[in-house]
Design a protein around this ligand. Structure first.
Ligand code: SF4
Ligand code: SF4
Length: 152
């Protein structure tokens, strides 16, 4: 019985100290975590997948990043509830995802990206290097088009 009581006190202490540490870690930050929407996607495995992910990268607001072998689509932008002085204007009602975001592993302090891919060419380069079967991937459309024009 005594041991159980001791564990509860210890947990409360560590939660309080974590919350204080988090506040300090966020001081002076321009709310990087409230900018750019990151969504997990499947790693592209087929030509069709690669074509789709390559198409995402045609948009200058989109990039891909890989973290701990998981792939994410990153769409540049800003949360509509972020004020000009980087405060959440719906703090009490913010979504659960925002509540679960911790500064000790965030975009400012953590190791957030293992790889960043910004263009179709970079995607093909990355997959080409990582591809053990040495599959030939389709050329990005602008390259295919340029080759066709050169042949005319
Ligand atoms: S969680 Fe990270 S990115 Fe977000 S405000 Fe705090 S320090 Fe900045
Ligand atoms: S709801 Fe608030 S905490 Fe969540 S992303 Fe928007 S501004 Fe940031």
């Amino acid at each position: 019985m005594k041991m159980k009581k001791k564990t509860t006190v210890k947990k409360k202490k560590s939660k309080a100290s974590r919350s204080k540490k988090q506040k300090n870690l966020c001081d002076g930050c321009p709310a990087i975590c409230c900018h750019d929407l990151a969504m997990m996607i499947e790693k592209p495995k087929t030509f069709g997948d690669i074509d789709t992910v390559s198409w995402y990268l045609h948009f200058d607001t989109v990039s891909i990043f890989i973290r701990s072998k998981k792939w994410y689509l990153l769409i540049k932008g800003k949360c509509i509830y972020l004020s000009d002085d980087y405060k959440c204007t719906i703090y009490q009602d913010r979504p659960d995802r925002c509540r679960r975001h911790h500064p000790d592993e965030c975009e400012r302090h953590g190791h957030y990206h293992d790889v960043v891919i910004s263009t179709p060419d970079e995607l093909l380069d990355y997959l080409g290097k990582k591809n053990p079967l040495k599959m030939k991937f389709p050329k990005p459309p602008h390259k295919a088009k340029a080759r066709k024009i050169a042949c005319l």
